[in-house]
Design a protein around this ligand. Structure first.
Ligand SMILES: Nc1ncnc2c1ncn2[C@@H]1O[C@H](COP(=O)(O)OP(=O)(O)OP(=O)(O)O)[C@@H](O)[C@H]1O
Length: 211
């Protein structure tokens, strides 16, 4: 499976945010998107997830077969919001996402143990602390059968131990043939290609640079 972006442009509110972004990501690889505030990292992730239209260029997935014929079917987007219902329990939320995305390798209980939330799955999601909410959102990735993880500031709110645990989970996902595109200001502790988005000092289209 291969995720390909060619000459991609993004805009918000009718104004260009970036242009000329290109990369190819193979199974087992991770791309870390960096750059200053407002340079378009979240916009790029949302375009890949299909939540925003691209302004120009090509974006496609190759080799997904019948299971993953499109990026939408292959991806799991973890945005700034955790996309969980506060009134439902953690377990109920995870069951919903497992059913919606297709079952992943972990059961709901196993995923909660893995992220260190074993024993509090019965609590309403709204009772959890900021870091616990993020950990529960990471558990969503584990109960879902989605090879392409799109992660926007995934470690925001996590303590050091949880950061290290999540780095290990990301590496395991890649070793198993998954792919990751992650926007971050913080080192994620994984081997990845870096895509640097340009300075956003003016509202002019910025170029992304692969290093
Ligand atoms: N709904 C919107 N309408 C108009 N402009 C928007 C909208 N959403 C975002 N923008 C603008 O688009 C630009 C890119 O925003 P984006 O959130 O992609 O940046 P980012 O690189 O992820 O920033 P950060 O590091 O702060 O998370 C910013 O200048 C922002 O103000």
């Amino acid at each position: 499976m291969r995720l390909i972006a060619e000459n991609l442009g993004g805009e918000r509110g009718g104004e260009g945010v970036f242009s000329g972004v290109g990369f190819a990501l193979d199974q087992g690889q991770a791309l870390v998107v960096t750059g200053p505030n407002g340079s378009g990292k979240s916009t790029l992730l949302r375009i890949i997830a299909g939540l925003l239209p691209k302004a120009e260029g090509r974006l496609l997935i190759e080799g997904g077969g019948d299971d993953f014929p499109s990026i939408a079917s292959a991806c799991h987007y973890l945005g700034h919001q955790n996309a969980m219902k506060t009134a439902l329990s953690v377990v109920e939320n995870l069951r919903f996402w497992r059913d919606f995305n297709g079952s992943g390798d972990s059961s709901v209980d196993e995923a909660l143990e893995t992220v260190g939330l074993g024993g509090i799955g019965h609590l309403p999601f709204g009772y959890l602390s900021t870091g616990q909410r993020r950990r529960a959102a990471i558990a969503k990735l584990l109960v879902s059968h989605r090879p392409l993880w799109l992660l926007d500031e995934p470690t925001a709110g996590l303590d050091k131990a949880s950061e290290a645990r999540f780095a290990a989970l990301m590496m395991k996902h890649c070793v198993a043939g998954g792919m990751i595109v992650a926007a971050t200001h913080l080192p994620l502790g994984i081997e990845a290609t870096e895509l640097r988005m340009g300075e956003a000092t003016e509202r002019l289209p910025q170029q992304g640079i692969i290093s």
